[in-house]
Design a protein around this ligand. Sequence first.
Ligand SMILES: [Zn+2]
Length: 389
Amino acid sequence: MTERIYYNDSYQTEFRAHVLESLEDGRRLYLDRTAFYPASGGQPHDTGCIDNAMVTDVIEEEDGRIAHVLSTPVEHSDVNCRIDWVRRFDHMQQHSGQHLLSAVLMELFSVETLSFHLGDAASTIDLSVASLEPEQLRAAEARANVIVFENRPLAVEFRDASENLELRKPCERQGKLRIVNIEGLDRSACGGTHVRSTGEVGAVLIRRLEKMRGNLRIEFLCGMRAVRRARLDYEALAEISRSLSASLDETPTLIAVQLRRLNESEKARHRLSIELARMEGAALHDATEPGPDGVRRVSRTIAQGPIDDNLRALAQGFTSRNKAVFAAFVEEPPSLLVAVSAATGLHAGNLLKSLLAGAGGRGGGNAQLAQGSVSSREALERIRGELNG
Ligand SMILES: [Zn+2]
């Protein structure tokens, strides 16, 4: 069995090991001892190098063996190993921060942690509650940071599962357990890598919340991740506040005001554009010569649909005057609109139905205005010919 150096010392980055087995032409090694953490318990694997090869994956196999997957073959029977400390320490901060946050949420609100995931950008904890109030989250974040400042020891001990271990979360494993202990706060069974005192976790920052089938997922960042994220957040907010010529703290209110104004002016613009289309329709009526039967007819072709309020308003403006028929043919999606004035004695809805009947289209309307769609441009062309001929 491989000796797991990280069980007793998460800070050892370099070690020498003997190769117990080599597979895949020296690209998959099993060692007598390792400091490489394999992906498990929500924490990703370490990277680093074995001799001159890069370690690209570390896998805990079902029988408990640890496979080191390499970029290039290694042929020696004794090897020099080094883990990527920047990546490892970041993982130790996020993972220890998770113990801290989970403990604080239990302490303050009796909220249980169901699972943990340490991601590339952010980490998440799934909680056994449907929601938390913003002030509860602020309180948990503040309490976690206070414990960081207190720099409490965070120690590992091995105890037998049969003892009274007073764990935050009961552990179903039997035999020897690895207990991670935050002084005066938390005891959890865990095989991951942790810092040795809470001060090393650095800042703890809770961010997004997401509801997940009756549970709550909270996203958090610790250490340098929290600092980097706070910097990005500041820069984004500063750019927005600059463009609004407002202070950072005034920005959210100002944006709400601007959005309301934008909404109002969009409604006003829509109203005016409909009014304008109606007037254009009426002017078009005046500029159109009546046919021998005294009916003024206009047929429009429009390349791109859909039929919208403006087109309907234009048609209604045109047919609001004496004896008028307005038709519009939209090529994409193939559709048409028919409007008639009452003085023609025609019924737009019935007229449209009779036009669509031969073309297999769908649609309807009232006496003055109707619209419908057909399956193809060819069908649309046939209807146009029928109406204009
Ligand atoms: Zn842990």
